[in-house]
Write a protein that binds this ligand. Structure first.
Ligand code: AHR
Length: 496
């Protein structure tokens, strides 16, 4: 049983944990958009203007701040003009990246903006730099945001939307080192400078422009982009997926071994090193941290579920994924001065999803529950935390057993999120809450599972679900917490 000491310094507020760290990503991939979100107005599945109601209700509980769309690799093949106007007349295309299926373009700009409006989320649109023209990108911005007389604004009005939308975030290409054009950083940096010039700010809109950033540990990409184009961007992205195995054989989403559990934890923790190293390069060009590191694709990536289309990236989601989510969000908090946004891949039915659907049925995943439990950190002030955490000895390497983060929200509540990364042993965690007056009411919630691959199914949707957590004692300003193995908990201390 590990013994751990943590000090939460309630009188040392650090940066704000941007709510945009709790962002999502929804790509035209597999059953992510079609079936997962869009069923169409004539569907027997209850919907709001084509968007399924059960999914909307579940997503609303997450307070989703931002959604990235339409890709991913799909973004650099997407031609937005095919996705506006009367649906029955929209062009059908092949989704060459993802399963070679027909994309009927029924979910386009208007439908995406409606989804964002219904959820109260900001749109983050990723433009096509790989196979699209500067004019096409520029006209998309005009269509979305121009309030006046112009060809694109007039077309938008003719398509039923009089007022322009507010567009906060725009990405200039996706993975342009790979599926978005196989470019060198020097070439992309120049193209980025050119394309972003025509991402105009109309009226009082101020678009936050995001340049395509590095693949995992390609530090040279970050160096070149910051040097050559840093002054023209507000954010630079980073993509990193937690893959327990190798790319060709990633490992199963369920039925995995303990070794695979620990490897997954180790690889999730690698996010910390990646952020530190990319940030160090960014600091040289931008010491005041004006440019955000936008981790707009992250999450666990396993082999697809047996019998499903390999191009659809459909995977189950277990308590292991809950740990990946909890650990990663705690890491983002640690770096919130530089990490302005993050978008988990992906929202529904794809990779580390919040929600899985099967026809009219819907379940929420362990990852969903972590996002719901952790939402108390959104826009809260990060508190300084020091810790003495004992390692887990896996035989081959050591891992910290506990991941922790703390924040204070606007009402003065202190929230401490804790993860026990060990799938075998519980942990005694002694938390000193210093720098506060008397402590108010203390409550907790916990997510755990009996088996290492505990997960929800359509038959048993509540196998992994948050419960009230009371396994702690309060001694003056110290909380003695017992965290069971493979668990994620959030403890809230109200002000006195
Ligand atoms: O999220 C799935 C894919 O992963 C995205 O389309 C791409 O950007 C990344 O390689």
């Amino acid at each position: 049983m590990g013994e751990h000491t943590i000090v939460v310094n309630a009188d040392i507020e650090q940066a704000t944990i941007s709510r945009y760290i709790y962002g999502h990503f929804a790509e035209h991939l597999g059953r992510g958009i079609y079936e997962g979100i869009w069923v169409g107005e004539n569907s027997s599945i209850p919907n709001t203007k084509g968007i399924r109601n059960d999914v909307l209700t579940a997503l609303k509980r997450l307070d989703i701040p931002v959604i990235r769309w339409p890709g991913g690799c799909f973004a650099d093949e997407y031609h937005w003009k095919d996705g506006v106007g009367p649906r029955e007349k929209r062009k059908r295309m092949v989704n060459t990246h993802w399963g070679g299926v027909v994309e009927n373009n029924h979910f386009g700009t208007h439908e995406f903006m409606l989804l964002c409006e219904l959820l109260g989320a900001e749109p983050y649109i990723c433009g096509n730099l790989g196979s699209g023209t500067v004019q096409e990108m520029s006209e998309w911005i005009e269509y979305l945001t121009f309030d006046g007389e112009s060809p694109m604004a007039n077309w938008r009005k003719a398509n039923g939307r009089e007022r322009p939308w507010q567009l906060k975030y725009f990405g200039v290409g996706n993975e342009n080192w790979g599926c978005g054009g196989n470019m060198r950083p020097e070439f992309y940096a120049d193209l980025y400078r050119r394309y972003q010039t025509y991402v105009r700010n109309y009226g009082d809109q101020k678009i936050y422009k995001i340049a395509c950033g590095a693949n995992v540990d390609d530090f040279r990409w970050t160096e070149v982009l910051m040097r050559e184009a840093g002054q023209f961007m507000d954010g630079l992205s980073l993509h990193y997926y937690t893959v327990p195995g190798v790319w060709e054989e990633k490992g199963p989403a369920t039925g995995f071994t303990k070794d695979e559990w620990f490897i997954t934890m180790r690889k999730a923790l690698y996010m910390d090193e990646l952020i530190k190293r990319h940030s160090t390069i960014m600091d040289q060009y931008d010491p005041v941290k004006r440019v955000g590191l936008v981790i707009d694709e992250w999450g666990a990536w396993y082999d697809v579920e047996p019998g499903t289309n390999p191009g659809f990236l459909f995977q189950q989601n277990t308590i292991r994924d809950a740990l990946v989510a909890g650990v990663t969000l705690n890491i983002f908090h640690d770096h919130c001065e530089r990490v302005h946004m993050a978008n988990i891949a992906q929202m529904i039915n794809v990779l580390q999803a919040m929600i899985l659907t099967k026809g009219a049925k819907m379940i929420v995943t362990p990852t969903y529950h972590v996002f719901e439990m952790f939402k108390v950190h959104q826009d809260a002030k990060k508190l300084a935390v020091t810790s003495q955490v004992q390692p887990i000895d896996t035989g081959d390497y050591e891992l910290p057993q506990i991941s922790v983060s703390a924040s204070r929200d606007r009402e003065g509540n202190i929230h401490v999120s804790l993860c026990n990364l060990d799938c075998d042993s519980g942990a005694n965690v002694h938390i000193a809450l210093r720098g506060t007056e008397q402590l108010g009411h203390i409550t907790g919630r916990i997510l755990t599972g009996k088996d290492i691959d505990a997960h929800n199914t359509f038959e048993n949707p509540n196998v992994v679900t948050p419960e009230v957590f009371e396994d702690f004692k309060i001694e003056s300003h110290r909380l003695d917490v017992f965290l069971p193995s493979k668990s994620v908990a959030v403890i809230t201390v109200e002000p006195w």
